[in-house]
Design a protein around this ligand. Structure first.
Ligand code: FAD
Length: 453
């Protein structure tokens, strides 16, 4: 029987980063993945393919709707969905192949199959495509099995017309009318892709604001700007069902006046969040405790109630973000060898890759009010930025929240061009506990979007 210092279950950004760090620290490491490709949700059906399609659809949208204003004329503009989806598949392949290379380079044993606990120190790997199961012995385990799309129990998802984000990344035609249930990050990114390609898109949201966990001002501005590309929003609507007849899907909802309304389209995307994924792990065999919402319970060191068994990423509490999972992967590897790592969860930025992009880090204004903290606000609109005027991207703003007495930056929230990259400046400043004045006195190249900071 093969023996390991550490066995990582799941090869997403949490798992593969944890495996690499363990190997770098001299631990004999195995990585178990049930799918034939590595990289988990993020690389296969999440961050990377969605960004590939967001970029493709943005090119089309600009050619269709923006180039003319720059004096560029185009005739016979077309969209080849097969080519777009194939390109996306190529981008995914390059990324997942990169992980295979990294595993080899770091001498990590990749075991393909479904991993489940036999007991605290033994894991059985059942191959998904036939063959014999193998059992390994391990001193430590890192569970990084991620998450799956949440299903609404009253909606039968056929994964052809009533779909999740996974299928939405593979539609080989431009939908006529896509009804998106959920105005969160994934729903809005998918809505943007198809609206830019010419589909009619209706977003039906239960809450009265978009991206409600981020600073309130961001969702408000995003709704206004996405409205300009034709996305229609139905806020405070409670979806009650979705059915399919042939190629037609009908979504029913109750509006704020308590009336029943229906939406008819050719696709319905259910994007109401994601749930931790622990099926098949047989956690009971190791005596691992769970907590609410199907998450694995962990302590401040990301250790479960069983010594030597850790859990990271989407399967534990906290934001479901790839870079959060990565941080936790590093953290656990270093903890196992006795180091004293640290994660500042407040400084894990959140980003939405719509156009304009949305990003935030630190406390929101709502949180500061709730805490009764004295703060001041500085806000700069992109319409006053020379760089933004030159490119024609004048929607949005950068908002900095700072402590009223000490001037320490407490939160930065932005919506605007390329701010998914600009948020890194806010993270750096806050990591070094900069004051708002520190950042204001740094030289920012002119003209750049970064000057808005
Ligand atoms: P996952 O990436 O979910 O990986 C878990 C892996 O474990 C999977 O490969 C699974 O097959 C495997 N597994 C599960 N059970 C077993 C088992 N028993 N045996 C063997 N293998 C098993 N986050 C961002 O930060 N930025 C983004 O732009 C972004 N965009 C997204 C877009 C979409 C459409 C979606 C769906 C998600 C997006 N996310 C984004 C979220 C991000 O993908 C997740 O937060 C991240 O992948 C979580 O990483 P993880 O390692 O915890 O789990």
């Amino acid at each position: 029987m093969n023996q390991y210092d550490v066995t990582v279950i799941g090869s997403g950004p949490g798992g593969y980063v944890a495996a690499i760090r363990c190997a770098q620290l001299g631990l004999k490491t195995a990585l178990i993945e049930k799918y034939p490709t590595l990289g988990g949700t993020c690389l296969n059906v999440g961050c990377i393919p969605s960004k590939a399609l967001l970029d493709s659809s943005e090119h089309y949208h600009n050619a269709h709707s923006v180039f003319a204003e720059h004096g560029i004329g185009l005739e016979n503009l077309t969209v080849d969905m097969n080519r777009m989806i194939d390109r996306k598949a190529g981008v995914v392949k390059a990324n997942v192949d990169g992980i295979v290379y990294l595993m080899k380079k770091n001498k990590i044993d990749v075991l393909t199959g479904v991993g489940s606990f036999v007991d605290k120190t033994h894991i059985i790997i059942a191959p998904t495509e036939g063959g014999e199961a193998q059992t390994i012995e391990t001193k430590n385990v890192i569970i990084a099995t991620g998450s799956k799309p949440t299903v609404l129990p009253f909606i039968a998802q056929d994964k052809e017309r009533i779909i999740t984000s996974t299928e939405a990344l593979n539609i080989r035609e431009v939908p006529k009318h896509m009804v998106v249930i959920g105005g969160g990050v994934i729903g809005l990114e998918m809505a943007s892709i198809y609206a830019r390609l010419g589909a009619k898109v209706s977003v039906v949201e239960f809450m009265d604001s978009l991206i409600p966990t981020m600073d309130r001002g961001l969702g408000k501005e995003l709704k206004r700007v996405l409205g300009k590309i034709g996305i229609e929003f139905f806020m405070s609507h409670k979806v009650t069902g979705a059915t399919r007849a042939g190629d037609v899907v009908t979504v029913t909802a109750t509006n704020p006046k308590k009336e029943e309304v229906t939406f008819e389209g050719d696709y319905c995307l259910v994007a109401v969040g994601r749930a931790p994924y622990t099926a098949a792990l047989n956690l009971e065999a190791a005596g691992i405790e769970m907590e609410e919402r199907g998450r694995i319970k962990v302590d401040a060191h990301l250790q479960t109630n069983v010594p030597g068994i850790y859990a990271i990423g989407d399967v534990v509490r906290g934001a479901m973000l790839a870079h959060k999972a990565e941080e936790e992967g590093m953290f656990v590897a270093e903890t196992i060898v006795g180091q004293k790592p640290h994660i500042n969860y407040l400084l894990i930025p959140g980003v939405v890759y719509t156009w304009p992009e949305v990003a935030g880090v630190g406390y929101t204004e709502e949180q500061l009010k709730e805490q009764g903290k004295a703060y001041k606000v500085g806000s700069f609109p992109f319409k006053a930025s020379g760089r933004a005027r030159a490119s024609g991207d004048t929607d949005g703003f950068v908002k900095v929240l700072a402590d009223k007495t000490t001037d320490e930056i407490l939160g930065v929230h932005m919506i605007g061009p390329r701010i998914a990259d600009l948020i890194a400046e806010a993270v750096t400043a806050m990591e070094f506990r900069a004051s708002a004045e520190d950042v204001a006195r740094m030289s920012h190249a002119h003209p750049t979007y970064a000057e808005a900071m």
